[in-house]
Design a protein around this ligand. Structure first.
Ligand code: NAG
Ligand code: NAG
Length: 937
């Protein structure tokens, strides 16, 4: 749902050409961005004060000084090759915001060992097997992190660290007019930030008296009062030996980040992280979008490292590259590397808060997922229905319309798990209410859908209509639950309902109150089969600066919106999900979709990439966007299937379903002004292809669910760039249109019109890949040209894997719970394969108390085995193994013998297809929870 529908309609040109860049700041229009970006690499102005180094257990503390103020710094060593650098003012005039909501509890510290201490530096060792070290260099101040004795990350090695300490406005000094180049240089270096607050040069002639007004910043008609004055901070972070960095979503840009500064820069603006509602966003652009995850991964063939810049204020990141000069490196005796190494240099700066950087030292991609999940939490296991197929539209008009959609799916035998209602279902955009003329009996509607095993989702946004008598507004205004404006009154802005105020989700008490609104008694007309969509939570404020909230608005604890902007949106789905859980008495898992997100959002549900457009470019962009988001912890993510704006032609719609069915969150959605496009409305040949794509998703749900189980344990994304599984294969480093689902399936959705062939890179020289449809066998380490039709996208099962599926066509996942399983064994060059399967009741939290089942499958030397993968699991499934396909088997067997755990044996019927090297083993008919062997002889 986009914000500018109403506003832009007055400005037809803008809506025709897409994003109106004029609504959004460039770096030079944001004073702190410009100040920081203009800094040039040099020796840092900061140095460690001699004698202040204190080495404790799990932390090294020190004082830092620049020319103006004192700071306290800490390097905290954490478990699992992770460390944290925190720098704050020693005695700030106002407290500075430290983001806590991103973290899943206090990070666990690890003991450190002092390796070396001199007058110039201190070096400590920490982490697993003593492989990680940190070196703090005193003057100029820098911190290097080493893995296996190699520098993998350097902080402030280019001296761009900046920390604008809070000060009193009277201290602002004004410059003499129009400085020459030379004096300009001088004053930047010597006097620090006050000068940067100057108005543009032409106004230097008559400097105004220094007052609070000096500290205000205007953007269009909006004034940011900045009562505490400038407070930005920044730091450079370099990755020696690395040419590829990834992450820092959300941007509609490439997976491998582009250079934004210096030689070879592709973008002229830095990547921006500031949650914004961007109308008709543009592709290949570093502009900010709805969510922000300040996490970057650096990768080369030897190692992977990542950094997490834990700051919720507006943040910008420049990316450039350089060759590390041998001279500088050789000064550092601890450096063991070649003389000249390419490196990526990044520069991060935020408007407020503190410097708080986590460094994860890997050394491999899977280590990084685990290390980041230890800090911000993994994705909890979603309920099965939520990873199935969702049908949404702005809007299904009334109850009859919803029944019609349900019937359309029924009549055409197309599964769907959830039907969604957008804002029009409410009474005048008052969330938690129903338009009773259109939805006279919502409970009846929900119960009817549920009788088909289908759930519903309704939208609940964070802006609350300021209308007397509306219970949410009455509570919120009388109990002080709204965000305040800079004068202390309720913040009042314009959104869907007209005049609105915003719930302050940064307060735990207010989140508790919100959670209660989800209860069946408070949310009238709701049932336990109703779930929630939190949209517009950047927050989108139609008449606010950059379509969002004023930065000087006030939150709980007297924090400014400036401090919490990027974390605000995440706290709404947190509260919403807690409400859903409480509603079921703690029994059922929640499901919430959010548009805004931040580091840690993975703990609270799914996100989607917002208001995309029905064109081929947006379909293609969904791949790198979802990969970037998944790399930074948020694997439960999708893009609107079909495109939100505009009408896709049938070819694009088919291709989009084929892609969406192979992405982690699978929801079709469309704008109010688009033609209806539910699958059953199309010609038979289009409908069948869409149906086949949806069926492909449903059949692989046991596989997807198992991937989500692993994500919940180790943070590993379900949808992965190829380099995650082939970390030393450089040919994979910038691939972004193809990806792996888990480690076993490789997908490359077709993203162009009218193609009859599609190139695919198959990684791994020693690997074998089988096309999932015709079972053709390919060896890895090459690009192949695959012929495709409208029925086909390149999809390959990796030799060496075993994938579980359920092949019965059903209405929804509810009916599939006990359906029989098929296991597809794809043999590698050694004739073996491995796989696993996770199962539970698919909806409740009972898996937390042992009610789950994990099976390990293996095929070696002609023998298939199924074994219990976790003896703590006590879930008893009703599902049976109905078929085992073995692909890549070259000789026809004589017998196939099943052996059960009690020793009883049985010959199994089988079918061998020599031209496709495929053996189909029929009806083992063993309960999936049983151990068994099958010997092929
Ligand atoms: C072994 O278990 C199977 C399945 O539970 C059962 O049908 C069979 O009778 C058992 N055989 C023996 C020898 O106990
Ligand atoms: C072998 O399998 C392929 C793919 O499923 C099928 O098209 C073909 O007809 C089969 N051949 C035989 C002899 O059954």
């Amino acid at each position: 749902m986009h914000a500018l529908h109403l506003i832009i309609s007055a400005c037809a040109v803008a809506s025709v050409i897409g994003v109106d860049r004029n609504n959004f700041k460039t770096c030079s229009e944001s004073s702190f961005c410009k100040r920081n970006r203009d800094l040039e690499p040099k020796d840092s102005r900061f140095h460690v004060v001699p004698g202040t180094i204190n080495i404790g257990s799990g932390r090294v503390t020190f004082e830092l000084l620049n020319d103006e103020a004192s700071f306290v710094g800490e390097v905290i060593t954490l478990v699992d090759n992770t460390a944290r650098l925190m720098i704050n003012e020693k005695a700030p005039l106002h407290p500075r915001y430290v983001v806590k909501d991103s973290l899943d509890g206090e990070p666990k510290t690890a003991p450190l060992k002092l390796e070396e201490q001199t007058d110039a530096s201190v070096r400590v060792n920490f982490g697993s097997e003593g492989r990680a070290s940190a070196v703090i260099v005193f003057k100029p101040f820098r911190v290097d992190f080493l893995m296996d004795k190699e520098i993998v990350t350097s902080l402030n090695s280019r001296g761009l660290m900046n920390f604008e300490h809070y000060r009193k406005p009277a201290l602002v000094q004004h410059d003499p007019p129009a400085p020459t180049e030379a004096t300009e240089e001088h004053h930047e270096g010597e006097e620090g930030q006050e000068n940067h607050e100057q108005p543009p040069a032409e106004e230097h002639q008559a400097p105004p008296e220094p007052t609070y007004e000096d500290w205000t910043e205007t953007y269009k008609s909006h004034t940011d009062h900045r009562p505490k004055g400038p407070s930005s901070l920044g730091m450079d972070i370099s990755f020696p030996g690395v040419e590829h960095v990834y992450g820092i979503p959300e941007h509609a840009d490439s997976l491998a980040l582009k250079l934004t500064k210096g030689n070879g820069a592709h973008h002229s603006e830095p990547y921006r992280l500031y949650n914004l509602d961007v109308f008709e966003y543009e592709l290949n652009n570093p502009m900010a979008l709805y969510g922000s995850i300040p996490v970057m991964m650096a990768h080369n063939a030897q190692h992977s490292t990542s950094v997490f810049w834990n700051n919720a204020a507006e943040t910008w990141i420049d990316v450039s590259n350089s060759l590390a000069k041998s001279g500088i490196l050789s000064m550092l005796s601890y450096f063991h590397g070649s003389d000249e190494t390419p490196q990526i240099d990044t520069h991060w700066f935020s408007e407020s808060g503190i410097i708080d950087v986590f460094v994860m030292l890997g050394p491999k991609p899977h280590d990084l997922f685990r290390q980041y999940a230890a800090l911000t939490g993994p994705t909890p296991l979603p309920p099965m229905f939520s990873i199935a197929y969702h049908q949404c539209r702005w809007n299904y008009n009334d109850q009859e319309d919803v029944y019609g959609v349900n019937k359309g799916y029924e009549d055409h035998d197309i599964p769907v798990d959830v039907i969604w209602l957008d804002i029009e279902h409410t009474d005048g955009k008052k969330y938690f209410t129903w338009d009773v003329a259109k939805f006279p009996n919502s409970k009846e509607m929900l119960d009817k859908l549920w009788s088909y095993g289908r759930r519903m989702v309704t939208i609940v946004d964070p802006h609350i209509k300021r209308e007397d008598g509306y219970h949410i507004h009455s509570d919120a205004s009388s109990q002080g639950l709204y965000i305040k404006n800079h004068n202390g009154g309720d913040y009042d802005g314009w959104c869907w309902p007209g005049s609105s105020s915003w719930i302050d989700f940064t307060s735990p008490d207010i989140r508790k109150w919100w959670a209660e609104q989800l209860s069946l008694s408070r949310y009238s007309g709701s049932t336990t089969s109703l779930f929630t969509w939190n949209d517009m939570n950047e927050p989108s404020v139609f008449n606010g600066p950059e379509i969002t909230m004023h930065k000087d608005a006030k939150h709980h604890g007297d924090w400014e919106h400036r401090d919490v902007h990027n974390v605000y949106g995440m706290l709404q789905p947190q509260a919403t999900g807690e409400g859903q859980v409480a509603r079921s008495g703690g029994r059922d898992r929640p499901f919430v979709l959010s548009r805004a997100f931040f580091a840690g959002s993975q703990r609270f549900g799914a996100i989607w990439t917002g208001d995309n457009t029905a064109d081929w470019g947006h379909l293609k962009a969904s791949m790198p966007m979802l990969l970037s988001i998944g790399l930074t912890g948020l694997t439960f993510a999708g893009a609107d299937v079909g495109g939100f704006f505009k009408n896709p032609d049938s070819e694009l719609l088919i291709r989009w379903y084929q892609a969406g069915a192979h992405q982690p969150f699978f929801r079709a959605h469309a704008h109010l002004d688009t033609k209806r496009r539910e699958p059953y409305l199309h010609d038979e040949n289009v409908m069948q292809r869409i149906r086949n794509a949806i069926l492909a998703r449903y059949s692989r749900l046991p596989f997807w669910y198992t991937l989500y189980y692993h994500a919940s344990k180790t943070g590993v994304p379900t949808m992965r760039p190829l380099w995650v599984e082939f970390p030393s294969e450089e040919a994979t480093f910038s691939l972004e249109e193809e990806y792996l689902i888990g480690s076993a399936l490789l997908a490359k959705p077709v993203t162009e019109a009218g193609v009859s062939s599609w190139d695919v890179y198959l990684p791994g020289k020693d690997e074998v890949w089988y096309a999932t449809d015709d079972l053709s066998r390919y060896t890895g380490g090459q690009t192949i040209t695959l012929s495709v039709t409208l029925d086909r996208i390149p999809l390959f099962q990796r030799g060496g894997s075993i994938i579980p599926t359920k092949e019965r066509i059903r209405r929804s996942t509810v009916q599939m719970l006990n359906d029989p399983l098929t296991l597809t064994v794809a043999l590698n060059n050694q004739g073996s394969a491995k796989g696993d399967l996770y199962m539970d009741d698919e909806t409740t939290f009972d898996h937390h108390s042992g009610k789950y089942l994990l099976r390990n499958f293996e095929f070696t030397a002609g023998k298939f085995t199924s074994r219990n993968g976790d003896t703590a699991g006590s879930y008893r499934s009703e599902s049976w193994v109905q078929r085992i396909d073995v692909i890549g088997i070259t000789a026809q067997p004589a017998t196939v013998t099943l052996t059960l755990s009690n020793g009883s044996q049985r010959q199994l019927a089988f079918y061998f297809n020599a031209s496709h090297s495929r053996l189909v083993i029929r009806k083992p008919d063993v309960n999936i929870g049983e151990d068994f062997d099958i010997v092929i002889a």
